[in-house]
Design a binder for this molecule. Structure first.
Ligand code: TRP
Length: 328
C-alpha cells in the first residue's frame, strides 16, 4: 500500500521510558507506521547540549531503544536510528545556520527556558538546537512531524528556515514540514500535579516489575479533599480516575465513578485496581522487552541497520542540497 508521506520524530535519550512517554509519544509513533513511512531518531547530539558527561548516553540510548522496540516500533516497517550515526545532519545544520537569524534563536521561549535552567552552561549548541532539529527533519524530506505541544514553536521555526533556504538558493529541495500534535491529554505524574517526567521523579516506568509498579501507584495523589475513606470523593479532580479512564475496562470506570462519589470505594482499593489493570496491559510489553534484551546485540544491530538506511536518504538529500547551493 502506498504510504501517505514521510514522518520523522526525534526524542532525547532519556533511558527507560515511562507511562507519559508511552501515552504522549510512543503510542503515536507506533500508530503511524502503517500509514506513513516513518523515521524515528534518538537524538544523542541534541542531548549533548544539556548533559554534563556522556557516561550514561550509551545505556540511556540502549534502554530507550529497547522500550521503543518492545512497545511495537518496528525496525521492519520504520527506520529507527541514532542521530550521530548520520553525520550528514551536522553538515546540513551548518548550512542552515547561515540562513537563520541569531536573534530569532535567542528569542525562542525554549531557549530562554534553558537559560533559566542552566545559567552556567549556555553553550553555542543550545542556541543552535532548533537549527539542528530542522536539519534532522529536512534531511529526510519529512512531511509530518509528530511532537508534543512544547515542540510546536520549533517546527514553526523549521518551516521558516526552510523558506529562507529555498528562497536564498532559489530552490525547492527542502520541504516545509507540518506538525502533528501527539498529546491527546497531559499525563500527570504520581504527584497529581505536574506533567509526568523523569526529572521530577513522578513517573511510572514501563519496564518496572509489577511489584514496583504497584508500589508506585500506591503513592499516587488522589482527590486532596478526600481525607478519610468515609468522605465522598470527586473523581473529576482525581488523577487516578483519569488513569483508570485510559487503562481500565469501561464497567470498572463506571463503577468507580459512582462508588467514589458515595464513598463506596476507598482510594487504596481504587489504586490497587488501577495497578492491576496497568500491570495487565503492560504484560505483553514486558515479556517482549525481556525477550529482546536477552538477544545479545539485537538492539545494537537494529540501530546500526537503521543508521545505514537513514544515511542512504541523508546522502541523497545532501547531494541535492550542495547542488542547489552551487558549492564548488
Ligand atoms: N527537541 C525534541 C524534544 O526535545 C527532540 C527532537 C530533536 C526532535 N530533533 C527532532 C523532535 C526532530 C522532532 C523532530 O523533544
Amino acid at each position: 500500500m502506498a504510504k501517505k508521506g514521510r514522518v520523522f520524530s526525534g526524542a532525547r535519550p532519556t533511558g527507560r521510558q515511562h507511562l507519559g512517554n508511552y501515552l504522549g509519544a510512543i503510542k503515536n509513533y507506533v500508530g503511524m507506521q502503517d500509514e506513513y513511512d516513518c523515521v524515528y531518531c534518538i537524538v544523542d547530539v541534541h542531548a549533548l547540549t544539556t548533559v554534563e558527561t556522556t557516561q550514561d548516553l550509551k545505556l540511556n540510548t540502549f534502554e530507550m531503544a529497547l522500550d521503543w522496540l518492545a512497545a511495537g516500533m518496528s525496525p521492519e516497517q520504520s527506520i529507527i536510528f541514532v542521530q550521530s550515526h548520520v553525520p550528514e545532519v551536522m553538515e546540513l545544520h551548518t548550512y542552515l545556520s547561515m540562513v537563520t537569524q541569531f536573534g530569532k534563536l535567542t528569542d525562542l521561549p525554549t531557549f530562554k527556558e534553558k537559560v533559566r535552567q542552566q545559567p552556567e552552561n549556555i553553550n553555542y549548541g543550545l542556541v543552535g538546537y532548533p537549527v539542528l532539529m530542522t536539519a534532522d527533519i529536512v534531511l529526510y524530506k519529512t512531511d509530518v512531524v509528530p511532537v508534543g505541544i512544547d515542540q510546536a514553536p520549533h517546527i514553526e521555526f523549521a518551516r521558516e528556515i526552510v523558506r529562507s533556504f529555498n528562497y536564498r538558493y532559489n530552490t525547492k529541495v527542502l520541504i516545509e514540514p507540518k506538525v502533528k500534535h501527539t498529546e491527546v491529554l497531559k499525563v500527570v505524574g504520581i504527584d497529581g500535579k505536574d506533567k509526568m517526567g523523569k526529572s521530577l521523579n513522578n513517573h511510572i516506568e514501563l519496564a518496572s516489575t509489577p511489584e514496583e509498579t504497584t508500589k508506585r501507584v500506591r503513592e499516587m495523589v488522589t482527590d486532596p479533599a478526600r481525607q478519610r475513606k468515609t468522605d465522598p470523593g470527586n473523581p473529576d479532580v482525581c488523577n487516578v480516575f483519569t488513569m483508570h479512564k485510559i487503562m481500565s475496562p469501561q464497567e470498572e470506570v463506571d463503577m468507580i465513578n459512582v462508588e467514589c462519589r458515595r464513598a463506596g470505594i476507598g482510594c487504596v482499593d481504587c489504586k490497587l485496581r488501577f495497578a492491576a489493570n496497568l500491570n495487565k496491559n503492560l504484560e505483553p510489553f514486558r515479556a517482549k522487552r525481556a525477550e529482546l534484551a536477552a538477544q545479545e546485540s539485537y538492539v545494537q544491530d537494529v540501530l546500526n541497520d537503521g543508521g545505514k538506511r537513514a544515511r542512504v536518504i541523508a546522502q541523497q538529500t545532501m547531494v541535492e542540497v550542495r547542488e542547489a547551493m552551487q558549492l564548488p
